[in-house]
Every structure is written in structure tokens, then in C-alpha cells.
Ligand binder design. Structure first.
Ligand code: ZN
Length: 297
């Protein structure tokens, strides 16, 4: 973990999930995300405390456990207020929803009760939505960034945007091959918004600050378009969901060896299917009780 100042009142703790901070003159801070668990939160606080930074509020960008699991530690030890959007609040206050939706709404098996999916419960003190806000004499803007997770937001301050998981950095594109997005229409809209922006920099939750970010946004958009084209290509005939998943794994050289990767990949591919169905580019057909997808041509 490493503390990085972007300027005197703005920076982040670089970690597997970055924790951003905005400061007022008294060095009171609004944190952006809280790390995955108590241990991560405690270490982050130690780093902030060494700089005499006092966390007053935490804005949770989206309800993935690696971003909010540490929030309850800050609340318990520092009485920090927690802010999130309404969709995120429902998961922060009942974190089992994340493994539940990953397992299609069924009771999720224990194997999915792991800290990457099941964060520690934390109550949300305040709901936030798009627009300018002022808390603790810090003026900033909440920006809706749909696509990756329902209700995801970014924080814009002094023309730097903390963009959560709106896109993934090069190293994660190489590692995961397909970025995790639950809503492809939202993702493309967010990428387009970022591509048309002129921020001084963008700080993703995983990875370093980008001052020049157009190339990485294009890379993310390229892979999404490749997947859309590939699905339409192979759906010239009826394809079941399982067949489609396997074709995508082969094409993009993805290996699935555990349930965690399997449920995440399934969610990612379902997002593409949903997008193409809603655009009337795919349709669903049933033969002998089996569901198939086929291209509308
Ligand atoms: Zn995420």
C-alpha cells in the first residue's frame, strides 16, 4: 500500500482496490471506497493517520465487496459516515444479495460466501445521486457511471475523476480478457462519456492514475465490440447459453477452474445477451424444452 498525493487536497492509497481521498483545510477527508475488509481498512487508516488525515465520510462507488467490505471498520472506530447510491445501499445493508444474484437468486452455496463476494454489512447514512455536493467544506460532483455494477458512481474533484470500475487497466485486460460489466448499454455510454471528457486525470479503482486515458478507453470499447460481433457471428444458428459460454472461452482463451470465475463469466456473458435481445439483434427460441439464442437477420 502506498499513499499518492495528486495535489495538496487530493490523492489515493494505492492498493489492490484504491481508496481515494479529498481533503479540506483541516485535513478532514472524504474517502472514496473502503477496501475489502477490516484488515485492509485498518492498514489504510494507519497510512492516513501518519499524514494527520481524519476520515469523516466514505463514498462507496458501487456495491462490490472489495470496495465496501472495509467500511464497517471505519464506522466502528472513527464514526465515519457512509454514503452510497440507492442500489448500492440495498447490498451494503444486506451483503448476501451479492452472492444471491451471482447464483441466479437461489440460496448461494458456502463456496460463494467468500470475502470477494460477501462484504461486511454496513449501514448507509446518506443516499447520493448525480450532481454537485458539499460535505465538510469539500465541493465535489457525483457522476453516474452505469455499466459495471448497478448504481455505480464516480467522484469528480478539481477536474480529476475517480471512476471506480468503469474500465479496466491493461494488466487486467490481459488477465481477465473480458471486463466484468452487468449492463453493456450503460458501459458503452460511460466509455463514450469518458472519451469525450477533458479531465486532468482519471483514477480507476484498480491500477494507477491515467493522465492520458483515451487509448485504454478505446481498448475496453474494442473488446466489448469484439464480443458483440463474435456472439452475433456464432448465433447464425441456434446456440444454447452453455454452448455460447464455451465458444467465448475458447475464442478469448479463458480458463474456468472455480465457481467464482464461472459465476462472474456467466454474468458478463448474460449482459451481452441481454443487450443484443433488447436491441432486437438476437431472439430467443425454445426446442425440446431447451432455450436457444439466434441472430435476427
Ligand atoms: Zn467492481
Amino acid at each position: 500500500m502506498q499513499l499518492i498525493y495528486i495535489n495538496d487536497h487530493l490523492g489515493y492509497i494505492k492498493s489492490s482496490v484504491n481508496i481515494g481521498f479529498l481533503l479540506n483545510k483541516k485535513k478532514e477527508a472524504i474517502l472514496i471506497d473502503a477496501g475489502i475488509d477490516d484488515n485492509n481498512a485498518k492498514k489504510s487508516f494507519k497510512i492516513l493517520d501518519d499524514e494527520k488525515i481524519i476520515p469523516k465520510k466514505i463514498v462507496i462507488t458501487h456495491a462490490h465487496a472489495d470496495h465496501f467490505g472495509g467500511a464497517s471498520w471505519f464506522v466502528k472506530h472513527l464514526n465515519t459516515e457512509v454514503l452510497s447510491t440507492l442500489p448500492a445501499k440495498s447490498i451494503l445493508e444486506y451483503p448476501l444479495w451479492e452472492p444471491i444474484y451471482l447464483f441466479c437468486g437461489a440460496n448461494p452455496p458456502k463456496i460463494l460466501h467468500q470475502k470477494f463476494f460477501l462484504g461486511k454489512k454496513v449501514n448507509v447514512d446518506r443516499i447520493v445521486s448525480q450532481g454537485r455536493v458539499n460535505f465538510d467544506n469539500i465541493d465535489f460532483e457525483i457522476v453516474e457511471l452505469p455499466g459495471h455494477s448497478f448504481g455505480q458512481i464516480g467522484i469528480l474533484f478539481e477536474n480529476y475523476l475517480f471512476c471506480a470500475d468503469s474500465f479496466i487497466s491493461y494488466e487486467f485486460l490481459v488477465k481477465h480478457k473480458i471486463p466484468l460489466n452487468s449492463d453493456i448499454k450503460g458501459t458503452l455510454q460511460t466509455l463514450n462519456y469518458l472519451k469525450n471528457s477533458k479531465f486532468k486525470g482519471i483514477i480507476p479503482s484498480h491500477g494507477d492514475l491515467f493522465e492520458n486515458y483515451h487509448d485504454i478507453l478505446n481498448e475496453n470499447e474494442k473488446i466489448i465490440n469484439q464480443i458483440l460481433e463474435f456472439i452475433l457471428d456464432v448465433c447464425f444458428k441456434q446456440i444454447s447459453e452453455i454452448e455460447l459460454l464455451n465458444l467465448i472461452y475458447d475464442k478469448f482463451d479463458i480458463s474456468i477452474k472455480d465457481m467464482a470465475t464461472s459465476v462472474l463469466m456467466r454474468l458478463s456473458v448474460l449482459a451481452y445477451i441481454s443487450y443484443l435481445l433488447d436491441k432486437d439483434l438476437l431472439r430467443v427460441e425454445f426446442v425440446d424444452n431447451q432455450q436457444f439464442f439466434v441472430r435476427v437477420s
